[in-house]
Design a protein around this ligand. Structure first.
Ligand code: FUB
Length: 311
């Protein structure tokens, strides 16, 4: 007898566990993730735009943790825009990285006194905070990239520390910038440079796998996630194609990539919560990521079922 397969119902705001999106109690966007001692820490922005308001309303970032990628625990709000005294608003995309027993949170905000977006860095002794502004000033302020024609050029920081301990910050909208970081992780070390030759919109994420560096990023608008590969973090980067298609229910898709318990994961957002979900009320999802033998990545299959519990 044929087995009946029941469709996974669309998500609604509520407290269910499992399936995509992974967080159903609130709107979450711009995921970044980090593995520490058998636990995955997921950091997101918090979309708070009321229904029908088609603009970003984001004042704080959120932190969730899991030991199996399915059951997520929410932690108290670890960082708000107001923790950066020099910033005005807009808790846009961010990433937390570990170094020397501390945790550094790089985050895009609107600068309070210099017109445009900027990048701040906060620091904590624990992945769940409390985080404090590490500098008292922006790490990247709009006047440091004076050729930009848009005020939101300095957004979407991603940080990668290589095996020699050299930290790199990548960021940007329209132009993909990068700069070295000093070992203290709170100061740039040398000039701001540009990754050229990419059809680049925003949302860079840098990771390493089997001796290759990968720069994935959002391309065009509505965004699909594409990627390039290189043997060096300073390039040249070779474009390799589409990694994740346009979500369809959200103009943006913002990805993070991690390995956990022997499996690679693609973490992203879409607008799939069916109350009022969309481009300004987004939700984080997780699907599997697979590599080909030559190191290229297979296109991600976005699913409603999501991933199974990792053991
Ligand atoms: O969440 C605000 C902005 O939308 C982010 O900075 C971009 O990456 C896009 O997801």
């Amino acid at each position: 007898m044929a087995q009946t397969v029941l469709p996974v119902p669309p998500a609604t705001l509520g407290a269910t566990v499992g399936g995509n999106p992974i967080i159903k109690s609130k709107y979450t966007a711009d995921p970044s993730a980090m593995v520490q001692k058998g636990t995955v820490y997921l950091y997101t922005g918090h979309d708070e735009a009321p229904p029908k308001q088609e603009r970003y309303v984001m004042h704080e970032w959120l932190c969730f943790s899991s030991t199996d990628m399915v059951n997520w625990t929410e932690h108290p709000v670890p960082l708000r825009v107001s923790d950066f005294a020099w910033a005005k608003d807009d808790a846009w995309a961010s990433q937390v990285v570990a170094r020397n027993g501390k945790f550094y949170w790089y985050a895009a905000v609107t600068h309070g006194t210099i017109h445009g977006k900027a990048i701040g860095v906060a620091v904590a002794d624990s992945p769940t905070g409390p985080f404090k502004d590490a500098r008292g000033t922006a790490l990247v302020s709009p006047d440091m990239t004076p050729d930009d024609k848009i005020s939101w050029a300095d957004i979407d920081p991603t940080v990668f520390v290589d095996s020699k301990g050299q930290g790199y910050l990548f960021w940007g909208n329209t132009t993909c910038y990068y700069a070295k970081l000093k070992p203290n992780m709170t100061e740039l070390d040398g000039p701001i440079q540009t990754v050229s030759g990419l059809q680049y919109t925003e949302a860079p994420w840098v990771h390493e796998h089997n001796g290759w560096y990968y720069l994935s990023y959002a391309s065009q608008f509505p965004e699909k996630i594409v990627y390039a590969m290189s043997r060096s973090l300073e390039g040249p980067w070779e474009y390799k194609g589409i990694l994740n298609e346009v979500a369809g229910n959200s103009n943006t898709n913002h990805q993070a990539i991690i390995d956990f318990k022997g499996q690679s994961y693609f973490i992203y957002h879409n607008g799939s919560i069916n109350n009022d979900g969309g481009s300004f009320r987004r939700s984080v999802c997780i699907d599997y990521l697979y590599y080909n033998k030559d190191g290229t990545m297979k296109r991600v299959v976005m699913t409603s079922e999501g991933v199974k519990a990792a053991k």
